[in-house]
Ligand binder design. Structure first.
Ligand code: SF4
Length: 351
């Protein structure tokens, strides 16, 4: 079981950070992948105008990347209202302190307030930024945002998930879901809810084209749906190694003290070009210039994108296809969710 907040079109950071892994996992497990629309509302409740469009774009990216509705259950969280009921019931037993001590919540609160402040700064006088940041933080101190780990626990526990694919940094989140499941079972009957295990996944580090973390908000992302032209433009402008002034200067393709973020082009070579060790050697020896190295990346990169574009376009050209995928997913997810909820209601003597 895993999910993504519908933020619209995905970028390569999303693909290599999670989606690629999902595509592999669907071959080995019965997978449930949710469009986590309610999670989107925990911080973005004030503007839902693009929500439906963003959901559609994200699902098209999933399908383009190779998620197969014949293998995995692909559904919209908000279509399976059982998630809300389970979250409500789990909320009854979750101590407030577990939520208030969630380090991610505190960090995100700060991050989101900061980014709201930056937006405000861009549109208004600077002296008002401080009080406005406090105001933005207050706006985010909602029941829904504080309680999102309970909703997340409901998402996971609903499908009896035995494993949840997580990176090292998401382990505390999963631990909270496990704690909630253990407490529930202790109160109402061992084995009612499956306590999930983490499936630790290694994901390659892919910086944005400016060398910072790839993020939509930094404007440094390579979208999964770049055209040949826009892809080439981004690669040719990408961050390399600032210590190289001439093509014959020895370069530092990997992150190191001389080039802390590492070369963004080399990171892509490693993912898309089977000949990447040679590029690294040539760079380190000063036997290749950055322009030539970037040009050599374009054909293998383009090949990876072409496959994605073709699959995505085929789904996009079929009227109602995305809705049909989500509807089939809704039916399967709902049937499984209803089975779990029935067990939960009986265990709690609500039936
Ligand atoms: S030669 Fe290639 S790997 Fe080396 S810094 Fe330039 S673009 Fe990066």
């Amino acid at each position: 079981m895993s999910g993504m907040r519908p933020t619209g079109r995905l970028h390569l950071g999303n693909y290599w950070g999670a989606l690629k892994n999902w595509v592999d996992l669907q071959e080995a497990y019965q997978c449930y992948f949710a469009v986590a629309s309610w999670h989107m509302l925990t911080t973005g409740y004030d503007d839902t105008s693009s929500l439906l469009e963003n959901e559609r774009e994200m699902v098209l990216d999933w399908l383009g990347a190779g998620l197969d509705p014949g293998k995995a259950v692909i559904f919209r969280q908000s279509d399976v209202t059982e998630h809300a009921e389970l979250a409500l019931l789990l909320g009854m037993i979750t101590p407030l302190s577990w939520l208030e001590n969630n380090p991610t919540w505190k960090e995100q609160l700060q991050e989101l307030a900061k980014s709201k402040r930056e937006k405000m700064l861009a549109s208004g006088p600077t002296q008002e930024a401080q009080p406005r940041e406090a105001e933005a933080r207050e706006e985010l101190r909602t029941h829904g945002f504080l309680g999102y780990p309970v909703l997340q626990a409901a998402d996971i526990l609903m499908y009896g998930a035995e494993v949840v694919p997580v990176g090292q940094d998401q382990l505390p989140h999963l631990e909270l879901s496990r704690e909630i499941a253990r407490k529930f079972n202790g109160l109402y009957g061992e084995g009612t809810l499956t306590v999930p295990q983490p499936l630790l996944t290694e994901t390659p580090k892919l910086p944005g084209i400016d060398g910072r973390k790839m993020s939509k908000s930094y404007g440094n992302a390579i979208d999964m749906l770049e055209t040949t032209e826009s892809l080439s433009k981004k690669v040719m402008a990408a961050y390399t190694d600032p210590t190289r002034l001439r093509a014959t200067d020895p370069g530092h393709p990997e992150p190191c003290p001389e080039n802390p973020p590492g070369c963004s082009v080399y990171a892509l070579h490693k993912l898309y070009n089977t000949d990447w060790p040679r590029r690294g050697d040539e760079c380190r020896a000063g036997h290749i210039g950055c322009v030539a190295c970037k040009k050599l990346l374009l054909p293998p990169l383009e090949a990876g994108f072409a496959k994605f574009r073709e699959r995505r376009a085929s789904y996009a050209s079929q009227p109602g296809r995305v809705e049909q995928v989500l509807d089939e997913g809704r039916k399967k997810a709902k049937a499984a969710a209803e089975r779990t909820l029935e067990k939960v209601r009986r265990a709690m003597r609500l039936r």
